[in-house]
Ligand binder design. Sequence first.
Ligand SMILES: Nc1ncnc2c1ncn2[C@@H]1O[C@H](COP(=O)(O)OP(=O)(O)OP(=O)(O)O)[C@@H](O)[C@H]1O
Ligand SMILES: [Mg+2]
Length: 341
Amino acid sequence: MKPILEVRGLKTHFFTDAGVVRSVDGVDFTIKQGEILGIVGESGCGKSVTSLSIMRLIPSPPGKTVGGEIMFQGKNLLAVSEKEMRSIRGNEIAMIFQEPMTSLNPAFRIGAQICEAIQLHLGIGRSQARQRAVELLREVGIPRPEQLIFEYPHQLSGGMRQRVMIAMAMACRPKLLIADEPTTALDVTIQAQILTLMRRIRDEAGTSIMLITHDLGVVAETCDRVVVMYAGKVIEEADVKTLFKNPKHPYTQGLLQSVPKLKGPRERLYSIPGSIPVPHAMPKGCKFAPRCPLAGQACWESEPELLGVDERTLHHVRCWLHHDSRSAADLVKTAGKGGTT
Ligand SMILES: Nc1ncnc2c1ncn2[C@@H]1O[C@H](COP(=O)(O)OP(=O)(O)OP(=O)(O)O)[C@@H](O)[C@H]1O
Ligand SMILES: [Mg+2]
């Protein structure tokens, strides 16, 4: 399938009084047409900054995208005019956020807000727009949409508000939908319904979806492929099956260990010891080395590249243990000796 979005070497930094925060520091990934790509990683690893960079919505100052390319249908979004970007945003790429209340105006009825989005993007009249709004709300599984359009956001439950947001995002039939933690604020049953809705949108409209989450359960259920981020970089990428069956990066392995298991005896939930490095104390080598149980000398000295480890599955990993250029055996030999430099 053709790629719809290709992000290459993306760098977005924040220039603060305390110094430069390299939130996104060379991110590469591709989303194909009709694919659901999951982006996972701990809080602060740069997931939201990546998505806001794609939308060109980084607050500036202090933020700035300082490098890379964002090719959307063959066009570099970093090079288009603000006017063109405005038309791409909402028409071809839509985004939904974690907390729908922040994106809905509490002072207006639901119907008016959806109609405005539809009229803006499709340039159709009011009564037609209202009809379309009702259709859209029905499509996202809202019962009695003819009545709901007269309600205000605060009259709706969290799950309903998120559906309204998705309906608004889908109003213009975007080619790419970016969903940043769309279900985190919702309870589990509603979460499952929203994820089912995402898959349906992909199946029926062929929309590509970039789904940001820190929940691997959500990924397993919904995504085709996964990108794992750590400290502003992609450290592993694979299709869902491969990633869950054969994770290569010690960080991914740790993340998977921290997913609670349904079967077997109850264990204490595993969590990876330590935390993401702070911006002004980034390790010189692999950013995960300080927390990595297998870190050897090479890992402390220089940062490995994101390298393909399986041509068939396009499994990629950024880890010296999986580089051919240095003997993996040598690395493993020094592994665990704690190479603190
Ligand atoms: N406006 C800003 N000014 C300074 N630093 C920022 C700004 N916005 C984000 N950052 C920093 O960029 C880094 C990445 O933030 P980002 O919001 O992308 O994380 P995330 O992966 O989305 O985390 P979460 O899972 O908590 O949403 C963090 O260290 C954050 O503090
Ligand atoms: Mg975020």
